[in-house]
Design a protein around this ligand. Structure first.
Ligand code: ADP
Ligand code: MG
Length: 264
């Protein structure tokens, strides 16, 4: 079943009195039950695509269809995890997690019941009343993830959620996310994760969409059928890595018209 589609999405932004094309004819489809990653270099429009899917930005042209509905304004079927967490410093963990439910008018008892469920799932027990300043980066991102999950979206959007964490914390949180996803305990139907880390994309996803920059365009869409947990040292993993890497690099070189290397 198709959960989301983007059809002919263009985005331009006025930059130095010119309308610059940032996204050039983006067409993508996400089916239910899929963990999808989008990889591309910095500036290729990954965050812009997520903002368009979430309905935070209205594209210059083209459309977003989610659960068969054309989305105008905020997309009620999605919620987002941000790279820099986006927590409110004056609210404690539970209040940060429940803020969206409160905005929906959910009674406090129900809000807390839901919050505690996700606090437990993401490993934040004991930190319910802590403030963001008292938390490490990894714990802050757990709050960011719980805040998105508690909304019980059909599509969870994640914008480089591990990029501002140290490598060990990122690795830990990545495997927890994939375990949660595989456990069937989440009500989310699909995940779209944006990253510039090819290894991360292959480790986590069923499908990898590859983006190039200037302007942002989709240049590849690969299904990853490797068994989980994925082994980075395996030949198959490395083959996929090389394929994606050369697509990204090839397109970057081509679009920037870098001079060919002189003979050695
Ligand atoms: P990514 O997330 O892949 O790094 P972004 O989606 O953040 O890329 O940005 C893509 C391009 O669009 C960048 O060149 C950025 O400067 C530009 N851009 C993004 N948002 C705006 C905006 N609101 N106004 C002008 N330019 C923007
Ligand atoms: Mg970005």
């Amino acid at each position: 079943m198709e959960l989301l589609s983007l059809k002919g999405v263009y985005q331009t932004f006025p930059i130095r009195e010119k309308e610059l094309v940032i996204l050039d004819n983006i067409n993508l489809f996400i089916n239910e039950g899929k963990f999808v990653s989008m990889v591309g270099p910095s500036g290729s429009g990954k965050s812009t695509i997520l903002r368009i899917i979430a309905g935070l930005l209205n594209p210059t042209s083209g459309e977003v269809i989610c659960k068969g509905e054309k989305i105008k304004g905020i997309n009620p079927y999605t919620s987002m995890v941000f790279q820099t967490f986006g927590l409110l410093p004056w609210l404690d963990v539970t209040e940060n997690i429940t803020i969206g439910l409160e905005a929906r008018g959910m009674p406090i008892k129900e809000r807390l019941r839901k919050a505690f469920k996700y606090i437990d799932l993401v490993g934040l027990e004991g930190f319910e009343e802590a403030y963001p300043r008292e938390l490490s980066g990894g714990m802050k991102q757990r709050v960011g993830i719980a805040r998105a999950l508690v909304m019980e979206p059909d599509l969870l959007l994640m914008d480089e959620p591990f990029s501002s964490l140290d490598v060990f914390t990122a690795e830990n949180l990545r495997s927890e996310i994939i375990n949660l996803w595989m456990s069937g305990k989440l009500s989310v139907k699909s995940i779209l994760l944006v990253t510039h880390n090819i290894e991360e994309a292959i480790t986590l996803s069923d499908q990898v969409i590859i983006l190039t920059s200037h302007p942002g365009r989709i240049i590849g869409n690969i299904n990853i059928e490797l068994e989980r947990p994925r082994v980075r040292e395996s030949v198959e993993f490395n083959n996929i890595y090389d394929k994606i890497y050369s697509m990204v690099i090839g397109s970057t070189v081509a679009t920037k018209e870098v001079k060919p290397l002189q003979g050695t």
